[in-house]
Design a protein around this ligand. Structure first.
Ligand code: EPU
Length: 421
């Protein structure tokens, strides 16, 4: 068991480099098993979710090996099992992509129900609706394992998603890549990692058009082959460091990102009083620590991402005036608020809305990470707080942020990872 110890109020300065996107990696790794070939995946983030997926793929018969820290080679030629029910599958949410991948490869899949961060109900009905429309029979009688089977091969279908779900869009795209005929996904989600997964599949020989818009058309191919692909930078990791710079009155350059992906956050940080300078693949953020209140509504891309909601709420805690945050994507993503209050944050929750009255300074606190992005919010509050704070349950943070304490320390933060006896 480990925790972080942070002495706050150090202004962050310098350059931080962003890793490959977690939510692209966790889709692309399972997608690789649709192909009967070898995929080389570069710019892979070194995070727990990736390690768990590698274990699962190896159990399915693939050979996964890391060439260096950030290059993964997946030899999917000998994948010979459609049963993914080991413990590592249950650990992460994105293991639901194994359904689409195994259905595409074998026409059958048995996959343990996904785990991951828990913030309210996380249904997968839209994924299952898509598979059903493509001809799969689905057995959910076992509440721990979903069994899917198609007679022969999946066939193309016109699928209208009731909600623009990231997971359902990607999962259907993966399954449709080798289905017979054409699949059209309407009301598709548009997040950058959807485009990245489509680009990866196209590199393997798939024919996917329209990813990044709300209509995606997939012409199924008989076979996919291997190839080489580089994962896009992580929009949420980048945003988290930008917010760390803003709250500490810092001057940091976040490099190896795609500035366009950051537009919704950049606009808000400018509104709050930060100075932003953008280059082709970096954003410099300069803050004098004097921030003013603003309102945020989380939305599907290109709106403000729900995965930056806890972090921006921590920042708004010290912004002068009253801010309102409305969480539109997840029903219950405020479970971290009680922890945040320990820093002296003045926040009230009314349904999907958080009303934050800015305070001049935060006090130190001993808190727990209740999920991945909530954990990032605890780090942000600790960086601003007077004195020594501790954050427990950091296994959640390790699921999505590679070397976070090293990166923050290089920017001048006083943070250390401590092992509990
Ligand atoms: N929804 C349904 N039915 C479905 C699927 C989703 O009703 O079949 C609803 C959900 O309840 C939610 C909304 O649709 O209210 C959006 O869910 P979505 O399917 O888009 O989320 P997801 O695919 O499960 C991914 C990310 C999350 C991120 C969301 C929204 C991965 C592995 N996870 O989840 O990332 O919050 O999209 O952008 O890509 C994180 O990185 O911290 C994280 C939680």
């Amino acid at each position: 068991m480990e925790y972080f110890e942070i002495n706050g109020q150090k202004k962050l300065k310098g350059v931080v480099s962003i890793n490959g996107a977690k939510n692209a990696a966790v889709a692309i790794i399972p997608a690789a098993i649709v192909a009967n070939g070898v995929s080389v995946i570069e710019n892979l983030p070194t995070i727990e979710d990736v390690t768990s997926l590698m274990k699962t793929l190896n159990l399915l018969g693939a050979k996964c090996s890391l060439n260096d820290e950030s290059t993964l080679i997946i030899d999917a030629r000998k994948v010979d099992s459609y049963v993914a029910t080991d413990d590592s599958v249950r650990k992460i949410r994105a293991s639901y992509y194994l359904m689409g991948a195994l259905l595409g490869r074998f026409g059958r899949a048995e996959v343990a129900l996904p785990g991951g961060c828990n913030f309210g109900e996380r249904p997968i009905d839209q994924h299952l609706k898509g598979f059903r429309m493509m001809g799969a029979k689905i057995d959910t009688s076992d509440d721990r394992i979903i069994k899917l089977e198609v007679n022969g091969r999946l066939h193309g279908a016109n699928i209208y998603l009731d909600v623009a779900s990231v997971g359902a869009t990607i999962n259907i795209m993966i399954a449709a890549a080798t289905a017979s005929g054409r699949t059209v996904i309407e009301n598709a989600a548009k997040e950058p990692h959807i485009v990245d997964t489509a680009n990866f599949l196209n590199m393997l020989g798939a024919n996917i058009k329209g990813a990044g818009t709300d209509i995606i058309r997939i012409q199924g191919m008989d076979r996919l082959h291997g190839g080489e692909y580089t994962i896009i930078p992580d929009q949420i990791e980048a945003g988290t460091y930008m917010i760390c710079g803003a709250i500490t009155g810092g001057d940091i350059t976040v490099k190896n990102l795609i500035p366009k992906h950051m537009d919704s956050l950049t606009a808000k940080l400018e509104e709050m009083g930060c100075h932003i300078d953008e280059g082709d693949d970096y954003i410099r953020i300069v803050s004098d620590g004097k921030l003013c209140a603003t309102n945020i509504k989380t939305m599907v891309y290109p709106g403000f991402p729900t995965d930056l909601q806890p972090q921006i709420t921590a920042l708004l805690a010290v912004a002068e005036g009253t801010s309102r945050v409305v969480e539109n994507v997840w029903e219950n993503r405020y479970q971290y608020i009680d922890e945040l209050k320990k820093f002296g944050v003045n926040v009230t929750i009314k349904g999907r809305e958080a009303i934050i009255k800015g305070v001049p300074r935060l006090k130190s606190a001993n808190v727990s990470a209740t999920d991945l992005r909530a954990g990032a919010a605890m780090i942000i509050a600790s960086l601003a707080a007077e004195g020594k704070s501790t954050i427990d349950n950091i296994r959640f943070i390790d699921r999505g942020y590679a070397n976070i304490e090293d990166k923050l320390r290089a920017l001048g933060a006083d943070i250390k990872r401590v092992s509990k006896n």
